[in-house]
Design a protein around this ligand. Sequence first.
Ligand code: NAP
Ligand code: MG
Length: 504
Amino acid sequence: MNSPAALAPAERIDALPLPFRHVDDIFVDGAWVRADSSERRGVIDPATAQEWGSVPVGNRADLDAAVASARRAFDRGPWPRMAPSERAAVLRRAADRLEQLAEPLSLTNTLENGTPVAESGGAAANAASIFRYFAGLAPLLESDDVRPAPAGTHETVVRRDPIGVCALIAPWNFPINLVVVKLAPALLAGCTVVIKPASLTPLSVRFIVQALTESGIPDGVVNVVTGSGALGDQLVRHDDVDKVAFTGSTQVGRSIARQCGELLRPVTLELGGKSSAIVLPDTDLAVLRSVLIRSSLRNTGQTCYISTRILVPDSRHDEVVEAIVQTVAAAPQGDPLDPATIFGPSASAAQQASVRAHIASARAQGAHVALGGAAPALPAPFDAGFFVEPTVLTQVTPGMDVAREEIFGPVLTVLRYNEVDEAIALANSTEFGLGGIVFGADERGALQAADRIDSGSVGINFFASNHAAPFGGRRDSGLGVEYGPEGLHAYLTYKSIHRHTPLA
Ligand code: NAP
Ligand code: MG
């Protein structure tokens, strides 16, 4: 039997059911149409560095076509004027269809960004559950909202109108989830959208388009244009865009915020993070071990909210480090197409170089490498891939770059504390405020500590976001929230119609 590892890269990929590989089109007005641009960009398997697909690098004409399509669909309807429950029915059908596409979607995602199939295998189901969650908010939009003026002089009908044409810009680390968390509320609200996926992950989004198209979404409501960051910038500033939703780096987020500030254009920004896990002195290490990979190294460390900074009490330092090192060392790294793989490659050569540079800087600044730190010894063809060994850095002090900057790779840093107050201060000492975890056997003590963490989300003894609860970052981690009714509000604009109180 051929294990995936025994195959050369081309054979390995040719054997897979991949409906989308080399494409020359963008999605406009309800159809895939040939891009005006003849420039192309390859799609690379990060596990082998093999190019296996390619897409157009859209130009201004491609962008204008996509935005014009969204503008027409918004201005002429029917989508914004349909009842929310009718739109919800489309989202529910798309959710069902997406689940049927789970396998090719997962394989495409994995070959784009190296996410192990153990993780990408859940991407379609997760996206489906987001569509269904927002579909379930239709009654909220359909309920009457009539508010008597406090003085009793009149009353006001409050309308929740769709905000308009939305630019959705996503990064490569979760290319399905981070599009759908914007798309689902935008569509329920009655908006139309132009999606610009990240350059590393331009193909997996086509399964979302397919699911929606086959579910009866009207032409022009969803549009997709592939292209560079410069195209993303043009999309943000386009005259016919009414709202921008972005997930990505803090640096690009700041630039988008500047543009939107000048234009007075509503914007939500989900940006980088550097979250801490506070290990309280009464922590059960079996609990920590059981969730560590998921909550601190998910997706080979390429997850925005993970708690990669582990704050350990002096009194238990060595045993906690031992538990961390053993847990990370036991998680297999290798072919992301192998269902047993936990750690895949970094998503690109640039990302690999950046992670390696962080490890080198930690060494230079005096951190100790307790595990990893090198390139893993993997057999061909994975020796050509962008792998970085899972790494645990100890003796990290708050001033080191690795204690403050987002690494976005399979690297944990361990910092020491003495008193719990010191741990809280350490957790709150970065420029970010996205995630965080408190480990502790006494849930009340852990909740008290969680309340003192200055961050958009905190988990107690694990971390998992919840479609029904707001998710967003404080400080350099972003502006606004996604998920929950709060996430839907970002796609609405309000109109108050004042009228004389009708006579009974
Ligand atoms: P990125 O460089 O900021 O790119 C994100 C997206 O923006 C990509 O589609 C990119 O296109 C596009 N883009 C680049 N420059 C742009 C510009 N000037 N104007 C408009 N769009 C532009 O981020 P990344 O490196 O792909 O993703 C990693 C970062 O995302 C990490 O910092 C991570 O923490 C953050 N993240 C945050 C969350 C969250 O919810 N808070 C979730 C996941 C990831 P190209 O790909 O073509 O450059
Ligand atoms: Mg980038």
